[in-house]
Design a protein around this ligand. Structure first.
Ligand code: F6R
Length: 241
């Protein structure tokens, strides 16, 4: 794993944007894996600014998001579909039909998981997957204990994850208790992974990621077995390393 240490969140976002823009500009078509949450918001802001200033086009980009809550419609302001529109898609020239997010409203959730996994395969897999990391080591919504063999699947969210995400809802009771997420094996099939980490709340997770063994009880540890991972982390996240 290649580690790039940067001073702060802004620099993490700028570096990540440079990497992603380079990828988008260098190929006729690119399939990106995208994350939500607080971590990539700055990256998306940088992409939007670059699109306006330098004209980088996303017409050749397909995207697959990591996850979506169960029970939230596309119109729900807390759905990851809305997050992506607000924070990125509505501000660049990506065509919405080339963007993909699992449906948390599917009648048959198992079928939706299979459909999503197949869709990624049919698109030829993911060229560059952007990831954040949970304090408990989750990637996507793959909580500790998730099988490394897992494909896209339905998950029960850990209490700690619901608590961490409650800041976006009016109360913790409104945070859905389930989600659909790409699995660990789905993520590991990506040709390249860019993990973004910022802030002191991620110190312990970074220490475990870099120093502990590869174990299903700390899902992100599997990234040590991937041949093309770049971590862009700020000083606060690397204090214990
Ligand atoms: C988001 C996702 C999660 C987040 C993680 C960190 O699509 O899959 O794994 O990346 O929970 O969240 P933040 O960035 O809010 O600290």
């Amino acid at each position: 794993m290649k580690i790039i240490e940067v001073s702060d969140y802004k620099q993490m976002s700028v570096k990540a944007a440079q990497h992603l823009i380079g990828k988008v500009r260098s190929a006729d078509s690119v399939t990106l894996g995208l994350a939500t949450g607080g971590t990539p918001k700055g990256l998306y802001g940088e992409l939007i600014e670059d699109h306006h200033v330098n004209g980088t086009s996303y017409k050749c980009v397909n995207s697959f998001n990591l996850d979506e809550y169960i029970g939230l419609s596309k119109e729900d302001p807390n759905s990851y579909f809305q997050y992506m529109c607000t924070n990125l898609f509505s501000h660049i020239d990506i065509s919405l039909e080339n963007t993909h997010i699992p449906s948390g409203m599917a009648v048959n959730l198992q079928e939706e998981c299979n459909r999503y996994e197949n869709l990624i395969e049919q698109a030829g897999g993911i060229d560059l997957q952007v990831l954040g990391i949970g304090e408990n080591g989750h990637i996507g919504f793959n909580e500790p204990g998730t099988s490394f063999q897992s494909g896209t699947h339905l998950v029960d969210l850990a209490d700690s994850t619901r608590e961490a995400n409650a800041r976006y809802f009016s109360s913790i009771d409104e945070v859905p208790s389930q989600a659909i997420t790409m699995g660990i094996s789905t993520i590991m099939k990506s040709r390249e992974i860019l993990l973004l980490v910022s802030g002191s709340s991620k110190q312990e997770a970074m220490k475990k990621l870099l120093e502990n063994e590869v174990t299903e009880s700390f899902p992100a540890s599997i990234l040590r077995n991937h041949h093309n991972v770049t971590i862009i982390a700020d000083k606060d996240a690397l204090t214990l390393v």
